[in-house]
Write a protein that binds this ligand. Sequence first.
Ligand SMILES: Cc1cc2nc3c(=O)[nH]c(=O)nc-3n(C[C@H](O)[C@H](O)[C@H](O)COP(=O)(O)O)c2cc1C
Length: 178
Amino acid sequence: MKIYVVYDSENGHTEVLAKSVAEGAGQVDGAEVLLRHVRDAQVRELDDVDAIIWGCPGHFGTISAGLKTWIDKLGYTWAKGKLIGKVGAAFCTTATVHGGIEMTLWNLITPMLHNGMIIVGLPGNIPENVMYGSYYGCGITCPVEESADAPPNLPTESDLALGRALGRRVAEIAGKLA
Ligand SMILES: Cc1cc2nc3c(=O)[nH]c(=O)nc-3n(C[C@H](O)[C@H](O)[C@H](O)COP(=O)(O)O)c2cc1C
């Protein structure tokens, strides 16, 4: 089955997380993963995939403009019901713990529900999630760097384990449905 991972990222934090999601999906037997920065993603590519995982940096508690602009190209896809029954999941990064992670994940999930997709989150019995509580998808905090030339505070290994867990879970469920 095909898993489509599309993400927005201005400074690389969400991109690293997106790669971990794609890696996790690719660990499932039979999964073919398509990973796209939103600038390279084509709406028509969604027609024949089994699952879509999209993510972005949280901007003021909601979807970044880059990804939202792309999602808003789904009108024809919605009208034709092309995403109905496909598996969906979301991921995001924000700079602060209380900076709107869950709001952003919910806002990412909403258009999936409008398109008839089957939403997958991360339950508490997934080992990587026991202490994290990222139930709505994968939401990661990447604190603001101390200065413009400081190395980026990219997702940690624990964060990436969570991203892989989300990708694996989506691919496993998409495989069962397929
Ligand atoms: C316009 C804008 C709005 C943002 N709003 C928030 C916010 O409300 N809460 C927060 O914690 N971080 C906020 N951030 C920070 C980003 O979510 C955070 O730095 C993210 O990890 C960047 O990911 P990227 O490097 O993939 O673009 C905002 C950043 C920008 C540019």
